[in-house]
Ligand binder design. Sequence first.
Ligand code: NAD
Length: 315
Amino acid sequence: MRVRVLVTGGAGFIGSHIVEALVSAGHETAVADDLSTGRERNLHPAARFYRLDIRDPAAVDRCLAEFRPAAVSHQAAQTSVAVSTREPARDAEINVLGTIHLLGACVRHGVERLVFASTGGAIYGEVEGERRAKVGDQTHPLSPYACSKLAVEHYLDAWRAELGFHSTVLRYANVYGPRQDPHGEAGVVAIFARRILDGSAIQINAMRDIGDDGCIRDYVYVGDVVRANLTALAGKLGDRTINVCTGVAADTKAIARGLMAELGRTVTIGHGPRRAGDLLRSVLDPTEMEALLGAPVGLEAGLAETGRWFREHGP
Ligand SMILES: NC(=O)c1ccc[n+]([C@@H]2O[C@H](COP(=O)([O-])OP(=O)(O)OC[C@H]3O[C@@H](n4cnc5c(N)ncnc54)[C@H](O)[C@@H]3O)[C@@H](O)[C@H]2O)c1
């Protein structure tokens, strides 16, 4: 069935992939984005574009009043943990207040369902030993960014209970894939891919001590995040919260090695100190996602796809 879907943050890395998949599936799609970290070149020509800041309630209301979406995929956010630590008020203005403006407009203009991009990578805090964090586990947000995402999850619970407003919460692990910004301070796959192709040295920041293999993460391919969003937007995941992840623990060195093998180039690996605020280990339980959506793309296949894209697209 053809529906109208609004993707906030649709000029960004993940949002632009969601837009592409929605347009390919024949849905009438619009993007709401302020182009703060998103790029004009990521805008899909077949999607209507509303340039707006979600902190502006009147602009958000006008967009929903005009486009009248049946469903909203809410990807727009201040996405940097480091920025959230430096500017916690701005993080909350965008991630909490901006989302509240969006929710208000959704309710006023008859949106049937909202899908929220939350973070499994930050919300559970340290995931020690061999553990994989499950949705029912105690959350332990250790950054303003994680706090803002968890706050929105609670608002969605309240909206659901009070107003019967339907929402699905997707807790993404560390997402990677084509179009990820290689110039930021996060997104190690994109940063390494670009540098390896340029023949530049790469740096592994320590998990504990300089020279170790780096922090442990659960890397999920963007195609799986898109699949989860499209299924959720269709109402097929119900009012659930699920991890979007692989459950596979990979350290930074494994990413470096995997990309060098895929790209057929070797560069010097340097070692840096531990970065303040970096979790040592974050791995999520994929059981529910696998049952609902099937197996995720493996790291090797995902790195191959990503490496190919970076090879074909210049800096
Ligand atoms: N990339 C990951 O590993 C990851 C992991 C967990 C959760 N997430 C979440 O997924 C979503 C998408 O992240 P991404 O990696 O594609 O980041 P991104 O920076 O590429 O995309 C975010 C988009 O939101 C837009 N935006 C930011 N502030 C805005 C505002 N005030 N008003 C309107 N638009 C605004 C940006 O311009 C950008 O296009 C975010 O909500 C992020 O928190 C990402």
